[in-house]
Design a protein around this ligand. Structure first.
Ligand SMILES: [Zn+2]
Length: 195
C-alpha cells in the first residue's frame, strides 16, 4: 500500500482491529519513509454468484428464492427450518469455492435433491416435481420405487407418509399428470396418484 503522502510502499502496522461488525479488519499504518499515518481496511472480495438457466441465460443467485422453494417442499414434513436453511448455506458455500461462481439450474436442483433425499422422501418428491425432474409418469414411478427400496433398507417409515394424500402438494401431482404421455401411461396408476 503506497503512502498517501510520499508514495513509499513500505509501512508498518501500528494496530489491527475488527471493524464493520467483523466484516473487515481496520489497520492503522505508519509510513517507514515519512512517518505519515494512515488507515487501511481489508475485506473479503465479494463476487456475485450466478445461476445459468436451461435456456443459457444467467441470473443472480437468489438464496431467499431457493429457500422458499425448499420450505414449500418441506411443509408438513419433519425437516426443520434449521435443516432447510443449512441446505441453502451449504449450496452457497459450495458455489463460493468455484472460480467462476456460477452454477447451472440443473446442478442447483440436483444439489437440493441430494440433501432432501436423506431428510424426507415427501420433500424430495415435491421438490423434484416442481423443479421438473420428472419427464414422464415412468420417471415418477421409478423414483418412487427407488425411494421405497432405500427407505425399506434404512427401515424408516417416512415412505408411508407419501401415501397420505394430505402430504401431497397439488403442484407435484399436476406436474406429474401434465407429463403423462398416453403411450407411457401404465394400466394401473400407483395408489399415490388421485383417482
Ligand atoms: Zn510516506
Amino acid at each position: 500500500m503506497r503512502c498517501p503522502a510520499c508514495s513509499h510502499t513500505i509501512s508498518r502496522v501500528l494496530e489491527s482491529r475488527s471493524a464493520e461488525g467483523g466484516q473487515s479488519v481496520r489497520r492503522r499504518r505508519e509510513c517507514l519513509h515519512c512517518s505519515q499515518r494512515f488507515t487501511t481496511y481489508e475485506r473479503i472480495e465479494f463476487v456475485p454468484t450466478r445461476v445459468i438457466k436451461r435456456d443459457g441465460e444467467r441470473e443472480s443467485f437468489d438464496s431467499s428464492k431457493l429457500l422458499r422453494g425448499i420450505v414449500r417442499a418441506c411443509e408438513k414434513t419433519n425437516v426443520t427450518p434449521q435443516q432447510q436453511k443449512a441446505i441453502v448455506s451449504n449450496i452457497e458455500a459450495e458455489i463460493q469455492q468455484r472460480s467462476q461462481r456460477e452454477i447451472t439450474s440443473d446442478e442447483l436442483g440436483e444439489y437440493v435433491l441430494e440433501h432432501l433425499r436423506s431428510l424426507s422422501e415427501v420433500a424430495y418428491v415435491r421438490f423434484a416435481s416442481v423443479y421438473g425432474k420428472f419427464q414422464s409418469i415412468r420417471d415418477f414411478v421409478e423414483t418412487l420405487a427407488e425411494l421405497k427400496s432405500e427407505s425399506e433398507a434404512r427401515g424408516d417409515r417416512d415412505y408411508r407418509a407419501l401415501q397420505g394424500a394430505g402430504a401431497w402438494s397439488s403442484a407435484a401431482i399436476c406436474s406429474a399428470q401434465s407429463s403423462i404421455q398416453p403411450s407411457h401411461q401404465p394400466s394401473g396408476l400407483p395408489s399415490v396418484l388421485p383417482p
